[in-house]
Design a protein around this ligand. Structure first.
Ligand code: NAD
Ligand code: IPM
Ligand code: MG
Length: 357
């Protein structure tokens, strides 16, 4: 089969980790006789420098006309002083909204051989860890009305509105229940229903949808407690569903349990098979251009692309097995290396994984 992939490398370590993932896709293509056609387009700071806009129309058009999108990361100190709607990060939100990608899957899996890289005590993560964060991606604080206003006695103020409709909550809840049904059948919905009106609607809606999934056990946690429970006893979680901002924060926290944020992939999905695949981490300006970035999050993101957008489960598993073997054989980038382990560069780790495909 022929698959068209829009490639958006972005800023910082984005190009380094995307190059690794593209090589992995090419190798899978050769092995299984698929043609992956890549079209590179710009978004983020690099697009701002080239065209004066972080999300050129052509980028959205190519993304829309592709079977899937592969994205590195956007942003960096160079563009931090731009107005909010012109920042590189706004391009990412534009892509998510523009492509209708409301469901963000962020699986946090602790590989056995990385137990040493996990900052939690061994007995807390014994037997492995496999948590899926299902993050709502096109609503909430990120997309509500925002702006500035003058107050009477406190001077200038800024605001971001947190708004969720029932429909938005229903569709992400269904995605989470569907996922839980295929996994451990436990769903934890995370909100702040003791304070936020939007969370009270969230909880009520999740409970209503739960009636369609009697085989899945549902529980609710407030987000502050969920953040604590993730480090106290992460094994209690199977699937977590939550709104945009809480999901952003909890998935970074979950990533560290897997050893490093450099390990966590993601899939952003909508109503059809088209998805955008990106590592959970950012552009890591502190290590950009040094060949230090861990490419595994992006490589595992293309495994998710094969599974969710192209329905190529065997090929996806081949990538997962290749990554697992590289780790089992003791290969480490700097973020997951402990003590005296030899540290590999981005390219060296990629070569090891390619050798396992
Ligand atoms: N999806 C995205 O495009 C995305 C996501 C998060 C942050 N950002 C942007 O990235 C920039 C930097 O943000 P930040 O520093 O808060 O978060 P970050 O994820 O870029 O980096 C946090 C820390 O993790 C390390 N790290 C991240 N990815 C790594 C990898 N693959 N291998 C090894 N170490 C890795 C970094 O070196 C840094 O110390 C900001 O402009 C931010 O807005 C973009
Ligand atoms: C860069 C930023 C807009 C983005 C988000 O908050 O969604 C990032 O942190 C992520 O987790 O993908
Ligand atoms: Mg984030």
């Amino acid at each position: 089969m022929n698959y068209k992939i829009a490639v958006i490398k972005g800023d910082g370590i984005g190009p380094e980790v995307v190059d690794s993932a593209v090589e992995v896709l090419q190798s899978i293509g050769k092995k299984y006789n698929h043609t992956f056609e890549f079209e590179e387009v710009l978004a983020g700071g690099i697009a701002y420098d080239a065209y004066g806009t972080t999300l050129p129309e052509k980028t959205l058009e190519v993304a829309n006309n592709s079977d899937a999108v592969l994205l590195g990361a956007v942003g960096g100190p160079k563009w931090d002083d731009l107005p909010g709607d012109q920042r590189p990060e706004a391009a990412l939100l534009g892509l998510r909204k523009g492509l209708g990608l409301y469901a963000n899957l962020r699986p946090a899996i602790l590989f056995d051989s990385l137990a040493d890289a996990c900052p939690l005590r061994p007995e807390i993560v014994e037997g492995g860890l496999d948590v899926l964060v299902v993050r709502e991606l096109t609503g909430g604080l990120y997309f509500g009305e925002k702006g500035y206003k003058e107050t009477e006695d406190m001077g200038k103020a800024a605001y971001d509105v947190l708004i969720y409709s029932e429909k938005e909550i229903e569709r992400i809840t269904r995605v989470a229940f569907d996922m839980a049904q295929k996994r451990g059948k436990v769903l934890t919905s995370v909100d702040k229903a003791n304070i936020l009106e939007s969370s009270r609607l969230w909880r009520k809606t999740v409970e209503r949808i739960a009636k369609e999934y009697p085989d899945v056990s549902l529980n609710h946690l407030y987000v502050d407690n969920a953040a604590m429970q993730l480090v106290r006893n992460p094994k209690q979680f199977d699937v977590i569903v939550t709104e945009n901002m809480f999901g952003d924060i909890l998935s970074d926290e979950a990533s560290m349990i897997t050893g490093s944020i450099g390990m966590l992939p993601s899939a952003s999905l909508g109503e059809n098979n088209k998805g955008m695949y990106e590592p959970v981490h950012g552009s890591a300006p502190d290590i950009a251009g040094q060949g230090k970035a861990n490419p595994i999050a992006t490589i595992m993101s293309v495994a998710m692309m094969l599974k969710y957008s192209f329905n190529l489960s065997e090929e996806a598993e081949n990538i997962e097995t290749a990554v697992r073997k590289a780790l089992d054989d003791g290969h480490r980038t700097s973020d997951i290396a402990t003590k005296d382990e030899k540290v590999l560069s981005t390219k060296e780790m990629t070569q090891i994984i390619l050798g396992n495909i």
